[in-house]
Design a protein. Structure first.
Length: 87
């Protein structure tokens, strides 16, 4: 499995997760803009989460802005309790 990156569309600020290769340019499917690399996504292990590491199962921690699986109450990066997700 490749390294995942957080990529952002500059005009909309929308962020996506992608397995990206260094040196390649990725473009937003809607706007055609080149995406900015925001950061590397580190695999979190061991994790208490049962969810597979996929975009639809992830959220950003409201404290440290790192990714965590949605079924976790405490952020695996900073250890703080994350805000409840809107249902
Ligand atoms: Zn956190």
């Amino acid at each position: 499995m490749g390294q995942k990156y957080r990529l952002r569309t500059p005009s909309t600020g929308r962020e996506i997760l992608l397995e990206a290769e260094p040196g390649r340019t990725y473009v937003d499917r809607d706007t055609g803009e080149p995406l900015e690399v925001v950061g590397k996504v580190l695999p979190l292990s061991p994790s208490k989460s049962q969810l597979p590491w996929a975009t639809e199962n992830l959220r950003f921690c409201n404290w440290c802005d790192q990714l965590a699986q949605k079924d976790l109450n405490d952020c695996p990066t900073c250890g703080r309790r994350m805000a409840a997700l809107p249902r």
